[in-house]
Design a protein around this ligand. Structure first.
Ligand code: PEP
Length: 246
């Protein structure tokens, strides 16, 4: 059986002491547990280089939480995909709902960022998800279809994460049926757009994934893995996810 991928998104958390504590827990775990599920750690930019050095030659991969569309230039305060690649980043989360809402990131911008990531040999993890109102009004499939169509490049080599906004950081998790229905919907769209490649794209779920619900979530048909926020900062809980994923 293919093991689900686990992507931990630290968001804007992780001063050096906390980051070191999490990383040493991960490394100690990997020493004792061989054959881990693929696991990606996405710390904030300030910790990427430091953590990347610790994760080198370990089962863990390094991920970032955003990138700029341009390769380099006069873009004060930004980080390019080429810069991420330069320090060993293999994945980048794009279009997270927090960026879509706080920075008004459009589907078109996320699409450009995904292209920039691919050009730098980084796999984009493109997030899509509906609000509570959109789910309750029954509009969610249209919203998701529009996000998919607009955010994914013409040639897409990456992962898609379904993250219903009403489930992120709320403690409310989508049911298996809700996740399964959306995964099937995303798969249909991917296959219609990308043919054979669309069949292979990993589709993840994110939203209040915890040790006590992850087993059920993993049982969802066609689920490629999970994107985890809060729990990725709690080593005991995060390691439980890894154990359940094995
Ligand atoms: C996220 O931010 O991508 C996320 C899924 O957060 P949480 O697991 O805390 O709900």
């Amino acid at each position: 059986m293919v093991k689900p991928i686990i992507i931990g998104n630290w968001k804007m958390n992780g001063l050096t002491q906390e980051a070191d504590h999490i990383v040493s827990s991960l490394l100690a775990y990997a020493e004792k547990n061989k054959d881990l599920a693929p696991t990606v750690i996405c710390p904030p930019f300030t910790q990427l280089y430091h953590i990347g050095k610790h994760l080198k030659n370990t089962p863990f991969e390094l991920g970032a939480q955003d990138c700029h569309v341009a390769e380099k230039g006069a873009y004060t305060g930004n980080i390019s995909a080429a810069m991420l690649n330069d320090i060993g980043v293999k994945y980048v989360i794009l279009g997270h709902s927090e960026r879509r809402s706080e920075y008004k990131e459009s589907n078109a911008l996320i699409n450009q960022k995904a292209t920039a990531a691919q050009n730098a040999n980084i796999l984009p993890v493109v997030c899509i998800g509906e609000t509570k109102e959109e789910r309750e009004s029954g509009q969610y499939k249209e919203v998701l279809a529009e996000q998919l169509k607009g955010s994914l490049p013409e040639h897409f080599v990456g992962l898609v994460a379904y993250e219903p906004i009403w489930a992120i950081g709320t403690g409310v998790t989508a049911t298996n049926e809700e996740i399964a229905e959306v995964i099937l919907f995303i798969r249909e769209k991917l296959v219609a757009q990308y043919g054979e490649n669309g069949k292979k794209t990993l589709i993840l779920y994110g939203g209040s994934v915890k040790p006590n619900n992850v087993k059920d979530i993993f049982a969802t048909s066609e689920l490629g893995g999970v994107l985890v926020g809060g729990v990725s900062l709690i080593p005991e809980d995060f390691l439980q996810l890894l154990t359940i994923a094995q």
